[in-house]
Design a protein around this ligand. Structure first.
Ligand code: C5P
Length: 233
């Protein structure tokens, strides 16, 4: 399907950066290929978007394109699998160039977040009809300190203003392309996609998600994710 915006039906593409090496997991296998309750993480993540009726196509940036094609290449909606880059931002850019027609809504979602729930996904995509840039996020529970290189606290930002940002991050494609061009011209590398969009002055909204949308990074995260899925079963 697609999203109705300003009387137009705008197609929705999902970009999945899946080219990380998973160094923090230890072991030789990248985390997106590791099984989570018997199924590879990437298969679970791709399935979230196959099941969402608003999503038209999925473009994956992979480290090992052949292994990724063997795993998910035959799944519905998987339109292209491209070679990722050294940084997450390079991988997203490679996939963004493989997203064809405009206008289009582009959702970027980490391969390593297989616990996104359908209600949050559908909600953030529908909100994109009227908002050019938005990120799924949750208010922080902990007090956050800014700490200097000497280990001494520099500042304590007001917690009421702080959100922990996740994916999906959803953009009108032209805005995201413009943001990437500017970042590349400036040599800017961000830790998420929205930070590139903020730099071109487009307001980015938060869309409230759930703390369970974990990014699987360490073996401990896998154990938590398995327990959360157990609760679903
Ligand atoms: O490394 P990090 O946990 O931030 O990675 C988030 C997502 O970005 C993961 O799904 C990972 O596979 C992907 N990634 C990528 N290309 C890189 C580094 C990370 O596609 N060079």
């Amino acid at each position: 399907m697609s999203i109705e915006a300003g009387g137009l039906q705008v197609p929705v593409s999902v970009i999945i950066p899946a080219a990380g090496s998973g160094r923090r997991m230890g072991g030789g296998t990248a985390k997106q290929f590791l099984p989570l309750r018997g199924e590879p993480v990437l298969v679970r993540t791709v399935r979230l978007f196959i099941r969402c009726p608003l999503v038209d196509e999925i473009v994956i940036a992979a480290g090992d394109v052949e292994a990724t094609r063997a795993l998910v290449g035959d799944m519905p909606k998987v339109a292209r699998i491209v070679k990722g880059g050294a940084e997450r931002q390079d991988s997203v850019w490679a996939a963004l160039q493989a997203v064809h027609s405009r206008p289009r809504i582009v959702a970027v979602h980490d391969a390593a977040r297989p616990l996104l729930t359908p209600d949050v996904l559908e909600g953030v995509l529908r909100a994109a009809a009227t908002c050019p840039a938005q990120v799924v996020a949750v208010p922080v529970q902990d007090t956050i300190k800014q700490v200097g290189p000497d280990g001494v606290v520099v500042a304590t930002p007001d917690r009421a203003t702080l959100w922990a940002v996740q994916t999906p991050q959803v953009f009108w494609a032209d805005v995201l392309v413009r943001a990437f061009h500017r970042a590349m011209a400036d040599g800017f590398v961000g830790t998420d996609d929205a930070s590139l969009v903020e730099r071109i002055g487009v307001p980015v909204r938060v869309y409230r998600g759930r703390p369970t949308n974990l990014k699987l990074t360490t073996p401990g995260d896998f154990r938590v994710a398995e327990a959360l899925l157990e609760g679903d079963a």
